[in-house]
Ligand binder design. Structure first.
Ligand code: TXA
Ligand code: MG
Length: 317
């Protein structure tokens, strides 16, 4: 049976969602980045069901979502830099990977057996109400079948996972539209594990230059698969025009585009439109999408990261 879509800003919906979560169910919740598929982080069976619903490889650990630093510090050990980042950017599109605390109740499957845990306080009233009402952390990967385009509205979730989950809370369109930026640590040294909805320079303004992990390092984000966020159509990047058989996704002053991520070259707007537009182009039936160049600055870094993965050869090829 298809999951029902309930208005997220309604206490009866939050109660229904909590009831589903308490019995091991899966609930899609809006966040400011993308919609997440939530399960009780402490319930190993629920977490296993979540991996199965998404067909996600179990070596790819999940983010535990919390109301804020107080709940987070029960789950992980924060160093000074991590605390500073949480104070500056939570709630918001930033995930911090820190050592698990000794008494951490989060299922080890959720952390893929690692001794670290990824934590984030989402900046969305519906996600905040749900975590608060549930009274503990919720794991939530993006609410889409693994490898596909992340959902930025309730309908996207219903299209991809509607028949495999219990409930969808509708919170409208996501304001950020890209997954959170993930920061991990090597000792006390912060590392940029995933580019995302919080621009690198905003973080560097608080804590100074960020390093990227070496590709070979075990600290590299285990979930950063080469092919990811992929629509059905093939992508060609940095295109100045569409060739025969291609549909053009524009940015700024691009001419002849079917859709334009932001005619005013506004990065926030482009980020918020990216996944919805890739889905819309797929739905138009085109088999090839040409994407105009996006400056690699600010949120453009994360947009280009997602586009590169969306354009990468698929694992099945
Ligand atoms: O914005 C977001 O982050 C969304 C919303 C729903 O919060 N969630 C999301 O989750 O994007 P997901 O599962 O698609 O991405 C989680 C990322 C993956 O790249 C994963 O490898 C990384 O976080 N991660 C989780 N735990 C980790 C750990 N212990 N060490 C290193 N990376 C970790
Ligand atoms: Mg994802």
């Amino acid at each position: 049976m298809a999951a029902s879509i309930l208005p997220g800003n309604d206490s009866a919906s939050i109660e229904a969602a909590c009831a589903a979560l308490r019995t091991g169910g899966l609930v899609a919740m809006p966040t400011e980045t993308v919609y997440g598929l939530a399960a009780d982080a402490g319930d190993g069976k629920a977490v296993a069901a979540l991996y199965a619903a998404k067909e996600r490889p179990t070596f790819n650990p999940l983010i535990s979502h919390v109301t804020g630093l107080e709940m987070a510090e029960q789950l992980g050990r924060f160093n000074t830099v991590a605390r500073k980042l949480a104070a500056a950017f939570w709630p918001g599109p930033l995930t911090l990977v820190v050592p698990r605390s000794d008494a951490c109740p989060v299922s080890s499957l959720a952390c893929a057996g690692l001794d670290t845990i990824a934590l984030r306080a989402p900046d969305h009233p519906v996600a905040q109400s749900l975590i608060k009402a549930f009274g503990g952390p919720l794991v939530a990967p993006s609410a889409n079948p693994s490898g596909g385009v992340s959902p930025t509205c309730a309908k996207h979730v219903a299209d991809g996972l509607g028949d495999r989950i219990d409930l969808i809370l509708d919170g409208g369109a996501c304001s950020v539209g890209l997954e959170s930026t993930v920061i991990g640590f090597e000792g006390d040294q912060p590392l940029l594990l995933r580019k995302g909805g919080l621009a690198r320079q905003d973080i560097e303004a608080i804590i100074g230059p960020l390093r990227l992990p070496d590709a070979a390092s075990p600290k590299a984000s285990p979930g950063m698969l080469k092919s990811h966020y992929a629509p059905h159509a093939k992508l060609r990047l940095n295109a100045t025009h569409a060739e025969a058989g291609e549909t053009l996704l524009g940015f700024g002053k691009t001419k002849g585009a079917m859709l334009n991520l932001s005619t005013s070259s506004n990065m926030q707007e482009a980020a918020a439109n990216l996944f919805a537009y890739l889905r819309e182009l797929d739905a138009s039936g085109t088999s090839r999408i040409a994407v105009a160049p996006i400056p690699d600055e600010g949120l453009g870094e994360a947009i280009n990261d997602r586009l590169k993965r969306a354009a990468a050869p698929r694992d099945s090829e």
